[in-house]
Structure formats: C-alpha cells, structure tokens
Design a binder for this molecule. Structure first.
Ligand code: HGY
Ligand code: MN
Ligand code: MN
Length: 385
C-alpha cells in the first residue's frame, strides 16, 4: 500500500469510504482538517457522539491493515447497528483521520479535532512546511482553517479504535485481543551535519570534513546509546540524505531524520539530551550541527472504563485478552486528551508492519470488529449517562 497523505491513492481511498458511507444511507461529512466521517444520528436530540475510527493514510510502501482495518470496521459497526435497528443514546460516527502517519505532520486530523493543533506544530512539521501547504491544497484545505475542526469535548461521549498490534506480543502469547493500556510518546528531529564538500580524488583522507561520515557516525552512536542506556526505549534513523550526493564529491551536508519513543515522559527528556549530545560530538571534528525539532507526541494512558468494557465483551465472546502498551503511535493518543478513549488490538503475523508483508488473519479481523461492535453497545449505558 502506498497511500501517503493526500497522494492520489489516499484521496481515492477517502472517496471510496465516503461513497460506501452514502451507499449505506449515512450522512457523509468532511471537516476543516479533512477528517472524513460517516454519521448515524441517535434519535435523541443533543445526544453526544461516540467516535469510532482510525486512518486511511499509510507510510510509504506500507501494509494493507494499518489504519484501514479500523476505518472499515467502524463503518461496519454503523451498518450493523442500523440494520439491527439498535437504539443507542449516542450518535455513532465512523471517522478517517487525516495524516495519522506523519507524512506531513502526524496525528494532524485527530489533533485538530482535539483542539491540540497549535501554530508551532505547523511551523516546522516533519514532512516540511511547503509539502504541508501543497498537500492541503491538493485536498482543498488550508492551514489557517485546520483549527476549525476542533470539537467541543462535551459533544463527544468517547473514542474507540480497532488496530493491528504491529508487534509480536499477541501472536507470541497466543492471545486473541489486545487491550491497550498506554500509548508511547515520541519525538522527531531533523539533524543537519555541515562539513566541506570537496573532490573525492584529490582531497587527502586526513584533510576532509566529510558530512556523510559525521552523519553515519551519529547513526551508529544512536543505536549504541539506546541499546546501552535506554532499555524499553527505541530510536530510529529512517532517512539519511547526503548533499550534493555524487560518487566523486565529498558530502558537504547530510540530513538525518531521527525519531525516538518511550512510554515514560522523563525517559523521553533523557533520550533527547543523550542523542543531541551524541550529534554535537561532530562539532569536535569541525562540523556544524543543526538540530530542529519537527514532531512531538506525549505518552498517554487509555481510559480504564473503556478497557474494562473491552475485556467484558471479549470474555462474553470467548476470546482471550492481554493488556499491553502500544509501541506505535495512534490517533487515540490525541483523542485521549479530550474524551475517554480505548484501543482494541488484533495480532500481526510475525509482528510485521509498515511494509507490504503486514498481515492479520481474517478471523482476527472479524474478532476485532465484533469487539468494536460489542464495546460500542456495552458503553451505551456508561457513556451516555
Ligand atoms: O508511527 C507510528 O507509530 C504509527 O504507525 N503512526
Ligand atoms: Mn496506524
Ligand atoms: Mn502506521
């Protein structure tokens, strides 16, 4: 799957979702942040909305289940509820959030809805400011109006998200359903190492300020530092670019995309200090190093009432469960700031995700969708008061 935010494939998938929503008789909505929704109104006026959703955008060359499973299952819950003439004390809304993956910003649509999209988030987004403006324009959106997508939290009863685990825990422990306890926080930085471009043939090895070497040394340093000093944390360099990028020119500049994660806010601070320190070691070799923060998501615990409801429903369906933290980020971590939120995980084959080999058995997808439906029904009494 290659549906980066606002790519043709992404826009086509969103159009498909709206077509299927309208075909099922639901009201289709698109808000100022481009979040796409199908709405099944409650017959009770002033009823709050229970949001069910995930995202249709993918990472480059991603998998078929990350995000899409949650959006399609949410739509199916609305269709099943409508077909069953179930009278719920809340409006149901299946929602596809904009740019969850951070091709442009990260949790863009869900943070806009939660009222957390501050100007500094948009000033230096990890996909680049020009790419953000261009992408928004492709979707008929504008940066100045994104914040209009904010919802009054009093109108929202809660948020549920079905998602693949994207890791090996459920499969290794032969557990059907994961109940997410917390979602990790993450921070992203663009690092620029500046040396001196030069002739690859005539510049002696001991007379170089090779930005490529500085960047590569840093990448090794990231791995060493986190392995040695930060158990249960992760750090990734997913992209390095050398400028000018020719066989016969010593790199004068290197760009490094760094991201690190932890479930513990204090460890995120310590990780930031340690990894920036490693980057700045290049200055002792005569390089200049620029460190630009381009993304930040806080760790968040998920709602205990929702977690209990998921466990009840799974037990009633005879499905085994385990509580686990999510090492992946999700829209639920934005929604959890304003409303009781919960996540249902289903197993990922071999724990593989963010690549074409991403796979979840259909029976597990079915289990997840049934838990999503059951939890929607179970929470009716709880959330609607
Ligand atoms: O990057 C993540 O953890 C998620 O897939 N957006
Ligand atoms: Mn996802
Ligand atoms: Mn993802």
């Amino acid at each position: 799957m290659n549906r980066p935010t606002f790519s043709d494939a992404h826009l086509a998938a969103r159009a498909w979702f709206l077509e299927r929503s309208v075909a099922a008789g639901f009201e289709a909505r698109v808000d100022a942040a481009g979040n796409h929704s199908a709405v099944l109104p409650s017959r009770f006026a002033e009823a709050p909305t229970l949001l069910l959703g995930s995202h249709l955008d993918t990472v480059p060359n991603g998998g078929r289940f990350d995000g899409a499973l949650g959006v399609v299952a949410a739509l199916e819950v609305l269709r099943t509820t409508q077909d069953g003439h179930v009278d719920l004390p809340y409006t149901l809304e299946a929602i596809d959030f904009t740019d969850e993956e951070g091709t442009l910003v990260g949790l863009l649509g869900s943070r806009a809805l939660a009222g957390a999209l501050t100007p500094d988030v948009l000033r230096a987004p990890r996909g680049g400011h020009d790419a953000l403006l261009h992408g928004l324009a492709r979707a008929g959106l504008t940066a100045t109006r994104l914040a209009d997508a904010r919802r009054d939290p009093r109108t929202i009863a809660g948020y549920l998200e079905l998602h693949i685990e994207q890791g090996p825990v459920l499969e290794n422990e032969h557990v059907d359903i994961g109940i997410v306890s917390t979602i990790v926080g993450s921070r992203s930085f663009n690092l620029t190492f500046k040396g001196t471009a030069g002739h690859a043939g005539t510049t002696p090895m001991d007379a170089r300020r090779d930005a490529g070497l500085a960047a590569a040394t840093f990448v090794v340093g990231v791995h060493e530092t986190v392995l040695r000093d930060f158990p249960n944390c992760v750090a990734t360099v997913g992209r390095v670019t050398f400028e000018p990028g020719a066989f016969n020119v010593i790199a004068g500049e290197a760009q490094v995309a760094l991201e690190f994660r932890s479930a513990d806010p204090s460890r995120l601070d310590a990780l930031e200090d340690a990894l920036v320190f490693r980057a700045r070691e290049a200055e002792t070799l005569g390089h200049t190093v620029e460190v630009e923060p381009v993304g930040r998501w806080e760790p968040v615990p998920l709602d205990t009432t929702v977690r209990t409801a998921i466990a009840h429903v799974a037990e009633a369906l005879g499905l085994s469960t385990a509580e686990l933290a999510s090492g992946a980020g999700h829209d639920a971590q934005a929604l959890a700031q304003i409303t009781p939120s919960g996540m249902i995980f289903v197993p990922s084959v071999d724990g593989v995700s963010h690549q074409p080999g991403e796979q979840t058995a259909w029976d597990d997808c079915l289990n997840g969708a049934n838990i999503l439906l059951g939890t929607t029904l179970e929470l009716a009494e709880v959330f609607a008061g």
